[in-house]
Design a protein around this ligand. Structure first.
Ligand code: SAH
Length: 238
């Protein structure tokens, strides 16, 4: 299969595919739309105890993944043109745009940190792209790598049922998504907004857009400012 190819370097390969083996991503994996390979970093330790980490130079708490061991693990994959990501809270924030770029490529290599992180020299020496999944600290890069892969895989051709279900979502338009409703018409005395059952498609589109704007303005002033700037028509705007 020549689909999107993912290689994950980890001390816990048994965590994979994990949630990526179910539902949309799992079906796509079965169909060969994408492929997943794991590399056990510990296989590249050379000492008797197969150690992969050591104490931080300069002192301080915790342990650091060794550059030599991680370097050998990375080199075992061989050279190809897939981006090499290091999951890291210091990294470039994962955004839908970044996810789209990754999904358009041949695949990715994801190195999962543990302990205090990875020796800086291997980040520089192997030109790893540090990627963060948010401003909080996880105990390891595995769940972060799963987040990246989950977001990427659903965009691959043939994964999502309806092609269009990818384009109206939060972030794709620069706005958060409008609210959804389905039957029953009344639930605990709450009705589906009337406009949605009116059959007036233009009115529905207007309502949804207004909701998207209001929700974005209210919840995410950062996204709202960016959206406003991108949609400023050059007219009179305060
Ligand atoms: N000492 C580090 C945190 C290490 S957490 C610091 O303060 O920056 C251990 C590993 O978990 C990291 O090496 C990284 O691979 C992963 N990780 C933790 N939080 C993450 C996040 N927000 N995004 C991506 N990876 C994360």
């Amino acid at each position: 299969m020549t689909g999107f190819s993912a290689t994950v370097l980890t001390l816990y390969p048994e965590m994979f595919p994990g949630p990526l083996g179910s539902a949309l991503a799992g079906k796509a994996l079965e169909k060969g739309i994408w492929g997943l390979e794991t590399v056990q970093i510990r296989d590249f330790a050379t000492d008797r105890h197969r150690s992969v980490d050591d104490t931080p130079a300069g002192g301080g708490p915790g342990m650091v993944l060794r550059a030599d061991v991680v370097g050998r693990a990375l080199d075992s994959i061989g050279a190809d043109d897939r981006p090499r990501l290091l999951m890291s809270p210091r990294g470039r924030p994962l955004t839908q745009g970044f996810v789209r770029d990754l999904a358009a490529g041949p695949g990715l290599v994801a190195l999962c940190g543990r302990f205090e992180g990875v020796d800086e020299r291997v980040i520089e020496g192997r030109e790893l792209i540090e990627v963060s999944v948010g401003d909080y600290v996880l105990s390891g890069g595995e769940v972060a790598a799963m987040i990246v892969l989950d977001a990427v895989v659903r965009l691959l051709d043939g994964v999502m049922g309806q092609r269009e279900s990818g384009c109206e979502e939060s972030f794709e338009t620069g706005l958060l998504e409008y609210p959804h409703y389905t039957r029953p018409q009344v639930w605990e005395e709450r009705r589906i907004p009337e406009v949605l059952t009116s059959g007036d498609h233009k009115a529905i589109a207007r309502w949804r857009h207004a909701q998207s704007e209001a929700i974005t303005r209210d919840r995410r002033p950062d996204l709202w400012r960016a959206w406003e700037a991108a949609h400023a028509t050059g007219g009179t705007r305060e």
